[in-house]
Design a protein around this ligand. Structure first.
Ligand SMILES: Nc1ncnc2c1ncn2[C@@H]1O[C@H](COP(=O)(O)OP(=O)(O)OP(=O)(O)O)[C@@H](O)[C@H]1O
Length: 484
């Protein structure tokens, strides 16, 4: 009990005071290392990790830095009034800048304003900023600033945790790469390939044999298959991006391949390494590991935009207490009274115990309840890990066609997925920790310069109230109680 409350307090402090002073020499207090494992530590024995952590933590690091305010870095001043064009002109090809302007992106978001000058300087970066704050565009602009389409080689690699996020990132990259003008004969286009788990990869193999693409967006499993068979070469890779980096390092399925990619399949000396996420628990320790483990160069910069608010402040958080049997009717009542434009209902993965007991998964129960009793005009769709990849892709692209939707999803939709029309999030089941709460909630409020309110509602039993209270303390937000 004592240790868990200490952990809560320390975690709250880590969110609140995220060591954002602009130190160039850092020493990590060993007490912090004892509280909970940092990103990437799940593969090691906890005892060894703690001992190693303490021993290695007293070695000062001299050149990395954390930036969390408007300041000058490496000679670049991040001016509040500069437009995206002002920041990128001369670095990013003009046709890409015209595309972003056509999309209506004129001013940079906070993370873009802070990160782009540093990215353009070629330094390794950790992009740490709120959900929906535009981290994708930041790293894509850097990629477009370095690639040379006349060269036939893989020059940028973006690694993502899920197929859905891969499809989305590749789509944005293709939109930016498209040239509106007639291409000049010898002007080669930027080619973007996806290597995502769930497909046969046959088409990609033939494509790779014929000619390597300029940019690859991949999940780590499919990528490593290709690397192990020497179908892809990364000798010319200039930028490596690992999106949702904390998730990747904490996934037991992905972490060993990720380490191989960072250390064996490519070298920090020839690539620029960019890590991105809205949540980097114990980020100071992570920064330290990046350098010690040679995932990044020693002068990596941790850019932490809005460190006090890990979620967009315009989210309105509520909770409703009812007993477990009333949850379906509570959900239907909420949908009726909120009349959301579009919503995502998050349901937890079915536990092994529940499977063994022969229970129906909660996703099916919620889907049935909605199909039978929800009266709105919404398209009702399901996205969960166990449905086949074609159906997952179909659900996902249907959502992007426009029109009102209600998506019933497990946490697979919690990371990175950008559906800007989502106005309401419902936690039918309480997320398992504060990081999951943050990413679920962050599926709404995804229009960076909009002021319209978006709502996150958690349906709880009275026993779960203290758990949500803990998330409120860790993430520093306030949740209002509502009544049926
Ligand atoms: N400068 C900008 N102006 C307006 N909108 C922008 C700008 N940059 C990005 N966006 C839009 O903001 C939304 C969120 O961007 P993005 O998906 O990159 O967020 P993110 O920071 O990666 O979030 P997450 O951590 O949840 O993955 C997208 O719909 C994107 O098109």
């Amino acid at each position: 009990m004592a240790s868990s409350s200490t952990e809560m307090l320390l975690q709250a402090l880590l969110w609140k005071f995220p060591f954002s002073c602009n130190t160039r020499t850092r020493i990590i207090p060993p007490t912090l290392l004892l509280t909970s494992p940092s990103i990437g530590s799940n593969q090691r024995s906890s005892k060894r990790t703690l001992n190693n952590s303490i021993c290695s933590s007293i070695a000062p690091i001299t050149s990395s830095s954390t930036i969390s305010t408007n300041e000058e870095v490496g000679g670049f001043v991040a001016d509040q009034h500069l437009t995206l064009r002002n920041i990128c002109e001369g670095r990013v090809p003009d046709h890409v800048l015209r595309r972003i302007e056509e999309l209506g992106f004129l001013m940079p978001t906070e993370i873009q304003r802070q990160a782009l000058p540093i990215l353009f300087s070629g330094q390794d970066c950790i992009l740490h900023a709120q959900t929906g704050s535009g981290k994708t565009l930041a790293y894509l602009l850097q990629i477009f600033s370095v690639i040379n389409t006349q060269r036939s080689s893989v020059q940028a690699l973006i690694v993502v945790p899920t197929r859905e996020l891969g499809m989305q990132v590749a789509k944005v990259a293709r939109i930016l790469a498209a040239k509106p003008d007639q291409p000049v004969a010898e002007d080669k286009a930027c080619t973007i390939m996806t290597l995502l788990d769930g497909g046969t990869l046959r088409r990609q193999k033939s494509w790779l044999k014929a000619e390597p693409p300029t940019i690859i967006v991949a999940t780590i499993g499919s990528l490593c298959q290709m690397l192990e068979k020497h179908i892809i070469k990364l000798d010319s890779m200039r930028v490596l991006v690992i999106d949702e980096v904390d998730f990747m390092f904490n996934s037991s399925q992905q972490v060993s391949s990720l380490r191989k990619l960072l250390i064996s399949y490519s070298s920090i000396n020839t690539r620029q390494t960019v890590f991105a996420s809205a949540s980097i628990p114990q980020h100071r320790r992570f920064l330290y590991d990046c350098i010690q483990q040679k995932w990044t160069k020693a002068n990596v910069v941790h850019i932490h935009a809005n460190p006090i608010h890990p979620m967009p402040p315009r989210l309105h958080h509520r909770f409703l207490i009812c007993n477990r049997k009333e949850r379906h009717s509570a959900l239907l009542w909420l949908l009726k009274s909120d009349a959301p434009q579009s919503a995502i209902i998050f349901v937890n993965e079915q536990s092994e115990k529940s499977k063994k007991a022969g229970n129906d998964p909660a996703t099916n129960i919620v889907m049935d309840a909605l199909k039978n009793s929800h009266k709105g005009e919404h398209e009702i769709l399901l996205l969960e890990e166990k449905i086949n990849f074609n159906s997952r892709a179909a659900s996902f692209s249907e959502l992007r066609q426009g029109g009102a939707y209600i998506l019933v999803a497990t946490d697979i939709a919690g990371r990175g997925v950008d559906l800007p029309d989502t106005t309401h999030i419902y936690n039918f089941d309480l997320p398992k920790d504060a990081v999951h709460y943050l990413h679920r909630a962050g599926r709404t409020g995804r229009k960076p310069f909009s002021e319209s309110k978006c709502v996150v509602t958690s349906i709880l039993t009275s026993e779960e109230r203290f758990v949500l209270q803990r998330y409120e303390n860790e993430l520093m937000f306030h949740c209002h109680e509502m009544f049926l």
